[in-house]
Design a protein. Structure first.
Length: 401
């Protein structure tokens, strides 16, 4: 029995959510609430292990829905995958991935997977882990500078794809011969990068969200430390590197915005001179349009924060040979209070998370371990007006009037 939950266009059935797939590189189906778009095309998107996807032609008009397990054409034999997209959105995805049906040969969907197909598929998947371990041992014995990252068997078990990472060109002709003799299957070697390997493995980033390479990113552009400098990010290798060991791809997301915003800012190489001292650039707050200057080039000393217009004004005065008395002047003419680093919430204390522990001595008094001196807790004085408890049939009890 199908389980349907109507939540404003997104329906949850026994096969999952109609709008979002639980697979890696899932696509949000924003046309799922328009049934007329489901029959616009016979092309369907089928996903296999991890991030491998493909587009296939449903030439026999099989009624397919998202979540159906199908047998598709492969070379040789057939493969087993899950339908992740149907309808008009498939054409948009094919256009996004530059796949032209007239130029590329689109393979067909054979049928919905039978029970026999599923059993053979599960048997093939069960061999992947041991095959990968054995493949790594063979590559190491042949002294090849490469890493076998993953192994994916075809649905019918006739072929296996070996994903590997290598920094340089590798001659693996002998390796393929050994693999074919050892595993008795057809071998396909596919080279991937460190970012693609991280996408196949998956994980959670420091932001708390799923890795971009595993969730939606398919094109990996080069990332340099220039992006960190433009955004005033600390050049700490441990913080700049992602789980793949490379620079984080997300550093490129806002670089263009920062570059456009900093067009009106003065050059960081220019210093500001006053009658008292010379100020050097320390940091820039792009969003607030503020620049912080320091009297030292190496570290922050006597920090003063001014806006962009004031910085340009002081630079213009310096070019004319004039030096203002102060770097920044408030509207009332008073000197500003220098902005300096302060340990506001005790974030620099190494013992900020240590709690004061208390224990009880032999007499039952609590002691403070931090001082090492026993301090008995003073007992409260008994209440004079507190009512007294009188036992029943007590001969000494006062008689009531």
């Amino acid at each position: 029995m199908d389980i349907t939950l109507n939540s404003g266009g997104c329906c949850v059935t026994k096969k999952g959510c109609d709008c979002k797939s639980n697979k890696k590189l899932g696509v949000y189906d924003w046309l799922s609430d328009l049934p007329e778009t489901m029959t616009d095309t016979d092309f369907v998107e089928v996903q296999f292990k991890n991030t491998r996807k493909g587009f296939f032609l449903n030439s026999t008009k099989i009624p397919l829905e998202k979540g159906d397990i199908v047998a598709v054409e492969s070379s040789p034999g057939h493969d087993i995958g899950e339908v992740t997209l149907v309808g008009r959105l498939v054409l948009l995805q094919m256009n996004k991935n530059n796949i032209d049906p007239e130029r590329y040969e689109i393979r067909r969907v054979y049928r919905k997977a039978r029970e026999v197909d599923i059993e053979k598929f599960n048997e093939s998947k069960a061999r992947e882990q041991q095959t990968m371990i054995k493949a790594r041992q063979i590559a190491d014995s042949l002294k090849l500078n490469m890493k076998i990252g993953d192994v994916e068997f075809q649905g019918d078990g006739n072929k296996a794809i070996f994903y590997y990472i290598a920094d340089e060109r590798v001659d693996f002709r002998q390796l393929i011969k050994v693999f074919a003799e050892t595993f008795r299957i057809r071998i396909e070697m596919k080279q991937i990068g460190a970012r693609q390997e991280a996408g196949r493995i998956g994980g959670i980033g420091p932001c708390g969200r799923e890795l971009c390479c595993s969730g939606w990113m398919t094109n990996f552009n080069s990332v340099s430390t220039t992006a960190a400098r433009v955004q005033d990010i600390s050049l700490n290798p441990q913080k700049l590197a992602g789980q793949c060991g490379k620079l984080k791809c997300c550093m490129n997301f806002e670089v263009d915005t920062y570059v456009d915003a900093q067009k009106d800012f003065p050059s960081r190489e220019m210093s500001l001179e006053t009658t008292d001292s010379t100020y050097y650039h320390f940091k820039t707050d792009v969003f607030k349009g503020l620049i912080t200057y320091s009297t030292s080039k190496e570290f922050g000393a006597n920090l003063v924060t001014i806006d962009v217009e004031r910085a340009k004004t002081v630079m213009a005065l310096n070019k004319m040979g004039q030096r203002p008395d102060v770097l920044d002047v408030k509207p009332d003419g008073n000197k500003p209070v220098p902005v300096d680093y302060t340990n506001v919430v005790g974030q620099d204390s190494l013992t900020r998370f240590d709690s004061t522990k208390r224990s009880q001595n032999k007499n039952g008094n609590r002691t403070n371990q931090t001082s090492g001196v026993a301090r008995p807790v003073q007992n409260e004085k008994p209440r004079t007006n507190a009512p007294k408890l009188i036992k029943r049939n007590d001969p000494n009890a006062p008689k009531a009037n």
